[in-house]
Design a protein around this ligand. Structure first.
Ligand code: HEM
Length: 396
């Protein structure tokens, strides 16, 4: 990697979408953090912001770091998905989010808590009896694929294809020249076709989360078009993110068995353990923001009209914020300050649901498993997400 100070602009010709970098991004993050608070990635004409202080400042300043012109490097995705909540600025963002959040607030989740816990328990019971299984296909996929799709109330075609479409959509967030971006665009198109041709209000389960969006549209709180887009805001960002966090959890506990022992002795550490898992391995590496005004980061001017990656993954590993950041420590005092769920007005509205899913699975495992023995995790490069494709595990 070349990093240079070009006319006082810290810049690098590193390829952020290089397979090797994606599979082992930690040296890159550290180099970026050590070199400068913002580094110009010359291959893609975009800033890379890597330190905790600057990433969180950007996320909390939507008037400068705006989302309304898209949060990806791909102009086709920025235009085609401009109706999604994550690509809005206030005031449309505010009204959409208010409606969207309702079933995801602690009060709303009360309705589904018992169902999620019971499903997790029954599923883990069966898996543990098998002793050997895949932590991704057999374990992590189960709740996001079975519970959330049912809560929204979409049909079988949607359910069957959603996981592939969702992974493709996040790949399409990459630079247009990239092969993964190009193949991801096929999934974006397939998803859009499905939405336009197949998704009707009649097909949705009555009083499911999808149906409730259309009721909010009837009441004039959002538009019909926003309701359609928002239905997929429940789906697309809820799958791989939660799946990756769950399989990362199994991997981290198998690599750090003393942390699992500690959790078994003291299950009240579970909420903090989930934060620590998300801090160590952010399922979403970064999204992009568009600079609506000139902005200074540590003496470097990010010009109006430029774009900047805000790296959730790097910020959560910043040694300026987290002591021994590479150590997995479920008792870490400030683990809850990670940026795995983002921060500010776009911070993840599904975080309570994701926590509930991960917690339910880990609680069931805590009651039944003393130790995880994992084979080699299989990782597949992805433009936006960090996760494991397959992880053979034996439970004791
Ligand atoms: C462990 C699981 C999850 C992780 C790590 C995660 C991560 C994130 C992050 C980093 C953002 C910030 C986006 C930004 O800054 O622009 C975000 C936003 C979002 N997430 Fe999640 N997410 C997870 C689960 C979910 C679930 C379960 C849902 C749906 C029920 C969901 C729906 C959304 C939506 C709609 C947004 C956009 C919010 C907005 O723009 O106001 N996520 N998520």
């Amino acid at each position: 990697m070349n990093i240079t100070d070009l006319n006082s602009i810290p810049s690098s010709d590193i390829d952020y979408y290089d397979d090797e970098l994606i599979l082992n991004p930690y040296p890159f993050y550290k180099k970026m953090r050590d070199f400068a608070p913002a580094v110009w990635l010359s291959l893609y004409d975009v800033w890379f912001v890597s330190r905790y202080e600057d990433v969180t400042a950007g996320l909390q300043n939507p008037e400068v770091f705006c989302s309304g012109k898209g949060i990806t490097l791909n102009p086709d995705v920025n235009a085609g998905m401009s109706g999604n909540m994550v690509m809005q600025d206030a005031p449309s963002h505010t009204s959409m989010r208010k409606v969207f959040m309702k079933p995801l607030l602690p009060q709303g989740l009360k309705e589904v808590r018992d169902q999620i816990k019971a499903s997790a328990d029954a599923h883990i019971d069966k898996l543990v009896k098998r002793k050997h299984f895949d932590a991704v296909d057999d374990l992590a996929l189960f709740l996001p694929m079975n519970i959330v799709t049912n809560l929204i109330g979409i049909d079988e075609e949607g359910k069957e294809n959603m996981l592939g479409w969702a992974a493709g959509v996040f790949n399409a967030f990459g630079h247009p020249n990239n092969a993964r971006t190009k193949s991801g665009m096929l999934d974006v198109k397939a998803l859009m076709n499905y939405v336009q041709q197949k998704v009707t209000r009649d097909m949705l389960v009555k009083d499911g989360w999808g149906d409730r969006l259309f009721k909010a549209a009837d009441e004039g709180k959002i538009t019909q078009e926003q309701a359609t887009f928002m239905m997929f805001d429940y789906m697309i960002p809820s799958l791989d993110t939660t799946i990756n966090a769950t399989s990362n959890a199994i991997w981290l506990f198998s690599e750090n068995p003393e942390q699992w022992d500690l959790l078994r002795k003291n299950p009240s550490l579970l909420p903090n353990a989930i934060n620590e898992i998300l801090r160590m391995e952010a399922p979403i590496r970064s999204f992009v923001r568009y600079l609506a005004k000139d902005f200074q980061i540590g003496g470097i001017t990010l010009k109006e009209g430029s774009r900047a990656f805000l790296s959730y993954a790097s910020a959560s590993l910043d040694e300026r914020k987290f002591e021994n950041p590479e150590k997995f420590d479920i008792t870490r005092k400030n683990a809850s300050e990670h940026v795995g769920f983002g921060m500010g007005p776009h911070s993840c509205p599904g975080s309570n649901l994701a926590r509930l899913e991960i917690r339910s699975l880990l609680e069931s495992l805590l009651a039944r498993v003393e130790r995880f023995e994992c084979g080699e995790p299989v990782r597949v490069p992805h433009n936006t997400l960090r996760g494991i494709k397959s992880l053979p595990v034996t439970v004791h």
